[in-house]
Design a protein around this ligand. Structure first.
Ligand code: MTE
Ligand code: CO
Length: 428
């Protein structure tokens, strides 16, 4: 039965005319509709009855695994071609301007792989713990699932996020300037639980974490962090990890740079000092102006970005009530405040944080204002619970020069033009 008789009669044309007249006379605002009220296909709009009301839709289980509406097909991870030397060793970016709230959907979190995605059969998955332990151990995935579980929501940010912006405004879109961050709920076992099981020798000070991908990526982790709050996670947002995020198990290091969050984790060796890594120990260091490198800069400092409006999400109305939105996060704890400026940092007003402001997690802020239609220089700055205030890019450059591509947490500026288009700029 497709459609009912009730819907088959087309309403009289005169009603439509009346409605249009009401809208034109300023009824639009009262109905909560914008200047876009004329967009789309009138045949689907009141007073007409669209096909989706006339016809039955798919029943349950036709879409056995749900996905977003086909009208949201533009909401995808993207890469930057000139940044991507090969598809395997590359990065894709979270579409931050298309998301709201604080949780990143499992299919949209940025990916960074040094040798592509390892497709691991969970039956063959093994995690080895050895070195300075009383009892070397090998865990299957089922073994990991039989240890007491914890659920933790944390952001994961690559140290190179915003790295292309050190020398000046470069990429036009928060997806590209800030999209190497995501935030999900991880389920797993604390690393401490596993290390207790193996028993640490008194000399233990550092761990080697090794991935099972073709990069066999290794990282040195100070034991203190491992015992503090590190996890071995196998679920994200309730689902098993997706292959691109390390299925079936990865390391989670709350607040620390993502390059140490080893994916497809297969081996943990306990030692008494950091390892020299085959793959560029020097690379994840921050080269200063004087040639000396900052090393072991593990913690991600507080940062924020306005996701809407932004270059990929311009303002479509010419003026009037405007919602500004963005995210803030800190590797040192909770976000306690976010300030917003409409004039390039001259005046600051507190933004409204809405939703949870969890420890070391993305935090959502809004700022609603009446746009007078003039040009804007939008900025946001995050303040975390330690009192740390997100610095400007120039303050950071004074301290660190421009040789590094890592740890750029400077304030971002978006130039909103009169026509609503938005551009990545810098203010001095
Ligand atoms: N782990 C392995 N085994 N191989 C890798 O290439 N890349 C690291 C880290 N862990 C990587 C890895 C880097 S540099 C980052 S930024 C994060 O994984 C990215 O995690 P994601 O792909 O889940 O966003
Ligand atoms: Co990285």
């Amino acid at each position: 039965m497709a459609g009912t008789d009730r819907h088959k009669d087309k309403p009289a044309a005169s009603r439509r005319t009346v409605l249009r007249a009401a809208l034109a006379a300023g009824g639009a605002a009262a109905l909560g509709r914008s200047a876009l009220a004329d967009a789309g296909n009138p045949a689907n709009q009141p007073p007409n009855v669209p096909d989706w009301t006339r016809n039955l839709g798919d029943g349950v289980a036709v879409r056995a695994y749900g996905k977003p509406s086909k009208h949201e097909a533009h909401v995808i991870r993207r890469d930057v071609e000139w940044l991507t030397a090969s598809r395997e060793s590359s990065v894709s970016f979270t579409p931050l301007h298309e998301l709201d709230g604080v949780i990143t959907p499992n299919g949209l979190g940025f990916e960074r792989h040094h040798s592509g995605i390892a497709e691991i059969d969970p039956a063959d998955y093994r995690l080895i713990i050895h070195g300075l332990v009383d009892k070397p151990l090998i865990f299957t995935l089922d073994d990991l699932k039989r240890f007491p579980r914890v659920n933790r929501i944390h952001f994961c940010e690559c140290a190179a996020n915003s790295g292309m912006e050190w020398r000046g405004a470069q990429l036009n879109g928060c997806q590209y300037t800030h999209g190497m961050v995501h935030c999900v709920m991880y389920t797993g076992v604390t690393l401490k639980t596993l290390l207790d099981e193996a028993g640490l020798k008194p000399k233990a000070k550092w761990l080697l974490l090794e991935g099972g991908d073709a990069a066999a990526m290794t990282r040195s982790l100070p034991l203190q962090k491992a015992l503090d709050d590190a996890l071995i996670a196998y679920r994200m947002n309730g689902e098993m990890l997706y292959p691109e995020h390390g299925y079936p198990a990865r390391v989670v290091l709350p607040g620390w740079e993502a390059n140490m969050w080893v994916k497809w984790l297969r081996r943990i060796e306990v030692g008494d000092q950091p390892w020299h890594h085959r793959e560029e120990t020097s690379k994840y260091t921050d080269l200063l102006e004087n040639g000396i490198a900052r090393r072991f800069t593990f913690v991600m400092d507080a940062k924020s970005v306005i996701t809407n409006p932004s270059p990929q999400a311009p303002l479509r109305h010419k003026s009037g009530f405007t919602i500004l939105s963005g995210i803030a996060w800190s590797g040192r704890g909770k976000i306690s405040r976010v300030d917003v400026s409409l004039d390039g940092g001259r005046n600051w007003r507190p933004a409204r944080i809405d939703g949870p402001a969890w420890d070391k997690a993305l935090t959502r802020f809004y700022y609603e204002f009446d746009w007078d239609g003039r040009e804007l220089l939008l900025q946001s700055r995050a303040i975390d619970e330690t009192g740390y205030v997100q610095p400007t890019k120039n303050e950071l450059r004074k301290l660190r020069g421009v040789n590094s591509v890592y740890h750029n947490n400077g304030v971002q500026t978006w130039h909103v033009h009169k026509n609503g288009e938005v551009e990545n700029v810098e203010v001095s």
